[in-house]
Write a protein that binds this ligand. Structure first.
Ligand code: SF4
Length: 357
């Protein structure tokens, strides 16, 4: 499909729209303000935005800056504190990488400026590297997130299903990035995708690119991007033990590597297909229902069992051996930084306790 360039370059149309309509975001330098972006702030926002929407990311971003205003401060932070503040954003490997990258950057005396060097930092993938290079350092780089992906597929009617179609998106967008305002171009594409070229019901009549948009010309913008059929997520099961003693609940810290690595958790079994019901010691175990959680590669159903003890359980007993129990006051659990899976378990117990017997 040939795109009608309508003589005015796409970047000019887009930037004119951006200058008038840019979203106000906590981490954003408004177009034309003349301020220099702080790469730490840009990077932190981009990492968080990969986990959550703009509103929640804003809350986490402000909190992180309050606690750790510079990359050096974050580099010096305690791992457990960062994990606690990250809790709720999910995908904790990102938080561990955030910390690892901060330490490398602090050791280097500051952020590197090119896409290639940024990519060498822990946990920085092609999108984040390009976004930071363009927004913080004014480098010509093509940052492709889901919003940009959608706009580009529609603009050029690219119909190769994602993720295979990403190469074509890069090739189509790369030449459009203007040398003088690559950061604003990147943010303008993100804004257009978030506010006008939305997944459903794109508002083509308000779009600054309508005159040169192939999908709009075809009359089928929502047919793009073409998605490959979804793979079915495997199901796994596990059991978590809610052990109460003297107003405290037993938590454990998960091993540093792997899923929810380094996070606080309820003790329990492993997670596998058909995980058998097991308990760490003999007690009156009450079934409390189950919580579900979707991880990237599988869906987990975690069954919750509760027991209240008069004395602390023997540490050498059964499945708890080798794990150090962290006895946490019941009323402090909500603020302990439990990851979403276990925060759901806590919510389930709270709900059951609130129900009349
Ligand atoms: S014209 Fe419509 S489909 Fe094309 S980029 Fe604009 S909003 Fe998206």
């Amino acid at each position: 499909m040939r795109v009608d360039s309508q003589s005015e370059p796409i970047s000019t149309r887009l930037l004119r729209w951006y200058d008038a309509s840019a979203r106000t975001l906590p981490w954003r330098i408004a177009p034309g303000s003349g301020e220099t972006p702080d790469p730490y702030r840009v990077w932190l926002a981009e990492v968080m935005l990969q986990q959550t929407g703009v509103l929640a990311a804003g809350r986490y971003w402000r909190r992180f800056l309050e606690l750790w205003p510079t990359v050096q401060a974050l580099a010096a932070a305690d791992d457990a504190d960062v994990m606690r503040e990250w809790a709720g954003l999910g995908y904790y490997a990102r938080a561990r990488n955030l910390l690892a990258a901060a330490r490398v950057v602090a050791g280097m005396g500051g952020f590197p400026e090119t896409e290639v060097e940024l990519r060498a930092l822990p946990g920085i993938g092609p999108y984040t590297a390009a976004a930071v290079a363009a927004i913080a350092f004014g480098r010509r780089a093509t940052a492709i997130d889901a919003n940009v992906e959608r706009v580009a597929c529609r603009l050029f009617a690219l119909d190769t299903p994602l993720p295979a179609g990403r190469k074509a998106i890069e090739q189509a967008l790369g030449p459009l990035v203007p040398a003088d305002r690559p950061g604003d171009f990147t943010q303008a594409m993100m804004d257009l995708g978030a506010t006008i070229c939305t997944p459903r019901g794109p508002r083509c009549l308000l779009c600054p690119l309508q005159a040169c948009c192939a999908a709009a010309a075809l009359g089928t913008p929502e047919a793009f991007p073409v998605k490959a059929p979804k793979a079915v997520r495997p199901q796994r099961q596990g059991h978590a033990w809610w052990i109460e003693h003297d107003g405290n609940v037993a938590l454990v810290r998960r091993p540093p590597k792997g899923l929810l690595g380094g996070m606080l958790a309820l003790p329990g079994t492993g997670w596998s297909v058909g995980e058998a019901e097991r308990f760490p010691f003999d007690a009156d175990w009450q079934p409390m229902g189950a919580v579900r959680h979707v991880f990237t590669h599988f869906e987990l159903s975690l069954r919750l069992f509760r027991t209240q003890l008069r004395t602390r359980p023997p540490l050498h007993s059964g499945l708890l051996s080798g794990e150090q129990l962290i006895w946490t006051p019941r009323e402090s659990l909500a603020g302990a930084g439990l990851p979403t899976l276990y925060a759901r378990a806590l919510a389930l117990i709270d709900q059951l306790e609130a129900e009349p017997a």
